[in-house]
Design a protein around this ligand. Structure first.
Ligand SMILES: Cc1cc2nc3c(=O)[nH]c(=O)nc-3n(C[C@H](O)[C@H](O)[C@H](O)COP(=O)(O)OP(=O)(O)OC[C@H]3O[C@@H](n4cnc5c(N)ncnc54)[C@H](O)[C@@H]3O)c2cc1C
Length: 251
């Protein structure tokens, strides 16, 4: 089943794949000349003549997890037992797929005086990884805060990478939090528990109440997580006009 209109599809070669967290795989295609996108947008991947298929079909939408300056198009997904994802894990490097897009408008605002507060639930990190890498590369002056909730560190793709970027980009603050603290396998000294108004206020230094530079909030993740984060923002008094959401329909 196709999730989006696929008017501008190109045939691309699968270049590499690697595990980036438990049950989570990143896969890359060589970016064709002329394929331009904004950090935060998504594409639709369709297998061509896959060895197997199922009722859910050969196409999925994925946020582009690489940044526009990079020469690869990278996507990252949770592995589940569907034909699309079995093909993703087994198909030979060098196989081809149709890549349609870019689509979507979860892209950073232009007004640099307004901070961006990014809230990722699990795999919802993908559009934000692109934004954070892009911001570091072009030295965007926006203040960026990334709250990133996972059950435990093993589940969290790009944890080390994002921590490393935080050390280099003074405009970027990274706040990962682990929600299944009783089952933590490795030592964790960061935040624990769900992202809530108290955690936001503590890290934003009162920014939500500040009328000087009202942040714009961005939310991404599976629908239940994204809805929960958006409701939490509303409860904290954030106006819907200042919230942009990408729900990963299909989870
Ligand atoms: C804008 C956008 C960006 C996304 N980015 C990512 C990402 O970066 N990483 C990631 O892992 N997943 C992402 N997803 C979800 C992804 O497309 C898959 O649906 C998800 O990975 C589950 O696939 P599955 O094969 O495991 O499950 P399945 O349940 O077998 O497949 C999902 C099915 O749901 C369909 N579907 C897609 N959108 C919807 C919808 N809105 N409502 C109902 N059904 C829908 C798909 O076409 C497919 O048939 C995104 C989805 C959207 C809409």
């Amino acid at each position: 089943m196709s999730t989006v209109a696929n008017s501008s599809a190109q045939v691309l070669t699968l270049n590499s794949r690697r595990e980036v967290a438990e049950r989570t795989m990143a896969f890359e295609f060589t970016k064709p000349l002329g394929f331009e996108f904004k950090a935060g947008q998504f594409a639709e991947i369709t297998w061509i003549d896959p060895p197997e298929t199922d009722a859910e079909g050969n196409a999925r939408a994925f946020s582009i997890a690489s940044a526009p300056y990079e020469d690869r198009l990278m996507f990252t997904t949770r592995l589940r037992d569907t034909a699309f994802k079995r093909v993703l894990q087994k198909t030979q490097i060098g196989s081809i797929a149709k890549v349609g897009g870019p689509f979507g408008d979860l892209t950073l605002h232009n007004n640099v005086s307004r901070p961006a507060v990014l809230l990722a639930g699990g795999i919802g990190i993908t559009p934000f990884r692109s934004m954070i890498r892009h911001a570091a590369h072009v030295r965007l002056p926006h203040k960026l805060f990334l709250f990133y909730a996972n059950r435990h560190p093993e589940d969290a793709p790009f944890l080390e990478e994002l921590s490393a970027i935080e050390k280099e980009n003074v405009n970027f603050t990274f706040i990962p939090t682990m929600t299944a603290v009783s089952r933590l396998q490795r030592q964790w000294t960061g935040e624990t528990g769900h992202i809530d108004p108290e955690m936001l206020t503590r890290h934003l230094n009162g920014l939500p109440e500040s009328s000087v530079a009202v942040p714009i909030y961005y939310v991404a993740g599976p629908p239940a997580m994204a809805k929960g984060l958006r409701a939490m923002l509303n409860d904290a008094g954030i106006d819907d006009d200042d919230i942009r959401t990408e729900e990963f329909g299909g989870y």
